[in-house]
Design a protein around this ligand. Structure first.
Ligand SMILES: Nc1nc2c(c(=O)[nH]1)N[C@H]1C(S)=C(S)[C@@H](COP(=O)(O)O)O[C@H]1N2
Ligand SMILES: [Mo]
Length: 308
């Protein structure tokens, strides 16, 4: 995450998408006026820059929304883009239960009226060794948990995706024990880098990316970032997580990006940047996906090869 506070603006900072504004625009004094003009004419909301955003070039909208993993809609990379339109995302609610002061079903609108959405341009690393840079819009998970009032003795947060086979045809197959489940330790869940994403490039998050609300944990392998969440359970025991249930030898609960711990079937030392072209060189994978300065201390004293 070198240079992430760089604030020079050039026209190349406006992506080919033409509507997206690089966060640098907002730090660039007079240039902010021109930037605001573009936002106004395109109708895309402008978000203040976040200290947590990378200044790496984001992937194109087409890459982010047409190369996906969302097994509820099939296992092919283009299946989610092809089939996820069948998903009804309104009305939507999230049940928050377990060790919270205010358990209950919260509607999407109710949650959004209480949350502050900002832009977070994050690196994203799939366990399959491909990566992207994605300009999410979302709010900190900590704010949602605080809204529900977390019991001080709680240690973990579990998440579940919607089960609706009529709309999610992949759920008619038993390959994953539905619902898709994920979980975080409480300090990971409360970390300011951990967000609930509701948009990409200032637009509502597309169904194939996990509409209307999905988790994003940028220092962990992509499968931890569970999509289309309908349930959050706060507890004092480690929740079951889908890939760990399917194959505990290959997928641990933590799944922090770690170039030194190979997947049993492939190396994690390097990665392919999606959109880089077929001839592009692989790039080295960074410990904690480049977020070590922010999160390494969460794992002080832990053996990360054992707690993979
Ligand atoms: N419910 C659900 N969430 C999911 C998945 C899934 O199959 N089902 N796939 C995961 C994996 S493996 C990755 S890499 C990311 C992909 O997110 P993206 O398609 O937005 O890039 O979503 C994660 N979240
Ligand atoms: Mo993944």
């Amino acid at each position: 995450m070198a240079n992430r506070y760089k604030s020079d603006l050039t026209w190349s900072d406006v992506t080919p998408e033409n509507v997206f504004l690089n966060r640098r625009a907002f730090m660039a004094g007079t240039a902010a006026f021109a930037a605001g003009g573009i936002a106004a004419t395109s109708g895309v909301p402008a978000f203040a820059a976040s200290q947590y955003s990378t200044d790496e070039e984001p992937n194109a909208w087409e890459e982010i929304t047409q190369y996906n993993n969302f097994y509820e809609f099939g296992t092919g990379k283009s299946d989610p883009a092809e089939y996820a339109h069948a998903l009804t995302t309104s009305p939507w609610s999230i049940e928050i239960d377990g060790m919270v002061e205010k358990p209950g079903k919260y509607s999407f609108e109710d949650i959004m009226s209480q949350m502050t959405v900002e832009e977070r341009i994050y690196r994203f690393r799939c366990v399959e060794a491909w990566s992207m840079v994605i300009p999410w819009n979302g709010f900190e998970l900590a704010d949602l948990l605080t809204m529900a009032g977390v019991d001080t003795n709680a240690k973990y947060v579990g998440f579940e995706t919607l089960v609706r086979p009529e709309e999610m045809w992949g759920q008619k197959r038993a390959f994953v024990p539905w619902p898709y489940r994920e979980g975080l330790r409480m300090d990971e869940a409360m970390h300011p880098l951990t967000i609930m994403a509701t948009g990409i490039y200032g637009k509502d998050i597309p169904n194939q990316n996990g509409a209307p609300m999905r988790l994003v944990v940028p220092w962990k392998y992509g499968f931890k970032s569970i999509k289309s969440i309908v349930k959050i359970t706060v507890s004092d025991t480690q929740p079951e997580t889908s890939w760990n249930m399917i194959n505990p030898r290959e997928y641990g609960f933590y799944s922090n990006v770690n170039p030194e711990v190979a997947h049993p079937r492939w190396s994690q030392a390097s990665e392919r940047k999606v959109g880089g072209g077929l001839l592009a060189k692989r790039v080295p994978t960074q410990m904690f996906n480049g977020y070590g300065a922010e999160v390494a201390s969460l794992y002080d004293g832990m053996d990360l090869a054992k707690n993979f």
